[in-house]
Design a protein around this ligand. Structure first.
Ligand code: GLN
Length: 470
């Protein structure tokens, strides 16, 4: 029997290389696990019927000595990433039967390394949400406590790793969606520097904020996935080879934006955060209080820029080209009927909000102002990184909450308070598990690094994992 709970990608790779484990055994165990628990947890929207064939092929590659660290490793894929011949729905009714005609860049990379794509994971519709309650196919349950949400929007991907249904997963992060669910499910989630990973073949939510990244049990595993999926892609003109720009902060100073941590944060979260800072001190980091007056505007700026881009990106789903169609009396009626039937309430809310902030008369008051503030936030980070290596916060203001607890959309949006700054400024950020609440719910500790310090984030993440037990 394979001890999936303690099996990392790194360990599984070593075992497979030595012939102590085959990919077929590993994938079969994950599939068995999915079979037993998916009905309750609703993590996978589809388990791929060719997963075992992929595993067989991977075993041959490993035998021939040509494997990489990801060969034969079962990876779960968020349902907004295109895989040739497979359905990709963004957990929306709109794209219920949409079948991808090409591979996303990140999928091509995973396939190239012989990773086993095990299935597509449930998410908030078009990646909008912080709880996975906005999926058209029912919410995901948190494997740690099924009466609670797993976070979102990549709730399925984070839960898949936490429930040992895969050894790693891909998520996409526009304002929180890799890090916050990782934090709520007790796993590692990393949002790379904007442009380090190609967005080609990822269903766009807000193009200037979206970034694909890894979810795994350890920083080392998250790095293995990142190393595979990052790189320049001619299909995404914003993508670069991050190694060409790599920076390595080494002042050994960590910045804490104290003023930013005051309001609306669960006392247990704050206590855990302080304890984590103490641990970092013990291993030789200086902790410095910093002042970042613009940071508080990240969330409002996000909730203007993001819906603006959402309304533009989702305009193409109109019942004419592909996706759900409901015939109306004329072309506009068909748009209206198709979009009303295809999109859920949160998606509609964001499209309306986005159209509003972009409309003549309001554009200057909202959208342009948000863009200016975005620049101010970027500059504030740039300046602060002259003094400190990383800026740290809790990943989320609360641990996993109950279903239906945040019915007010604003209460839900506040879940992203600590995670949106990285997207607004394009920075890399990682969430590392940092212990448990009195009721056994996981906490996450977030490091934000300067642009292209992705490698250093994996390193500090690893260090943080090692000192966790102190
Ligand atoms: N929770 C945020 C939102 O609802 C972020 C989503 C994301 O990162 N995709 O928009």
């Amino acid at each position: 029997m394979i001890d999936l709970k303690n099996l990392t990608i790194e360990k599984a790779h070593q075992m497979m290389k030595k012939g102590e484990l085959t990919s077929v055994e590993l994938v079969s165990t994950c599939l068995q696990n999915i079979k037993e628990k998916n009905k309750e947890l609703n993590i996978f929207l589809e388990v791929f019927d060719d997963a075992l064939d992929q595993a067989k092929k991977a075993d041959e590659t490993i035998k021939s000595g040509k494997g990489t660290k990801l060969t034969g490793i079962p990876i779960a894929i968020k349902d907004n990433m295109l895989i040739t011949g497979k359905k990709t729905s963004s957990a929306s009714k709109m794209l219920k039967n949409y079948v991808a005609t090409y591979d996303a860049f990140v999928i091509k990379k995973l396939k190239g390394d012989g990773a086993v794509l095990i299935g597509r994971t449930n998410m908030d519709e078009f990646a909008m949400g912080s709880s996975t309650e906005n999926s058209a196919y029912g919410p995901v349950r948190n494997p740690i406590d099924p009466s609670r949400v797993p976070g979102g929007s990549s709730g399925g991907s984070a839960a898949a790793v936490a429930a040992n249904m895969a050894l790693g997963a891909l998520g996409s992060d526009t304002g929180s969606s890799i890090r916050q669910p990782a934090s709520l499910c007790g796993v590692v989630g990393m949002k790379p520097t904007y442009s380090a990973v190609s967005r080609s073949g990822i269903m766009a939510m807000a193009s200037s904020l979206d970034q694909v990244g890894s979810i795994a049990k350890t920083s080392e595993d998250a790095k293995i996935i990142f190393n595979c999926i990052s790189g320049k892609d001619e299909m995404d003109s914003t993508s670069v080879n991050f190694l060409d720009f790599k920076v390595t902060p080494n002042k050994k100073i960590i910045g804490v934006p104290r003023d930013f941590l005051k309001e609306g944060v669960d006392p247990e979260v704050l206590h855990n955060f302080e304890k984590s800072l103490e641990k970092l001190k013990k291993v030789g980091y200086q902790i410095k209080d910093i002042v970042m007056p613009h940071l508080q505007y990240s969330l409002p700026v996000y909730y203007i820029i993001m819906p603006a881009e959402v309304s533009t990106n989702l305009a193409r789903l109109d019942g004419m080209r592909y996706g759900l169609r409901k015939d109306g009396d004329n072309v506009f009626d068909t748009f209206k009927k198709s979009r009303s039937a295809g999109f859920g309430p949160e998606t509609r809310r964001r499209m309306i909000l986005g159209a509003y902030v972009l409309s003549h008369g309001y554009y200057d008051a909202y959208y342009n102002k948000a863009r200016k503030l975005r620049r101010a936030i970027e500059n504030e980070f740039k300046k602060i990184f002259e003094d400190v290596d990383f800026v740290v916060t809790p990943t989320a203001p609360t641990p996993a909450f109950k279903f239906g607890e945040k019915k007010d959309p604003l209460a839900m949006y506040l879940c992203d308070i600590f995670t949106t700054p990285a997207n607004i400024a394009g920075l890399p950020a990682i969430s590392i598990p940092s212990g448990f609440s009195s009721s056994g719910l996981p906490f996450g500790f977030q490091f934000n690094g300067p642009l292209f310090s992705d490698d250093s984030l994996f390193k500090i993440g690893k260090k943080f994992e090692e000192i966790k037990g102190m």
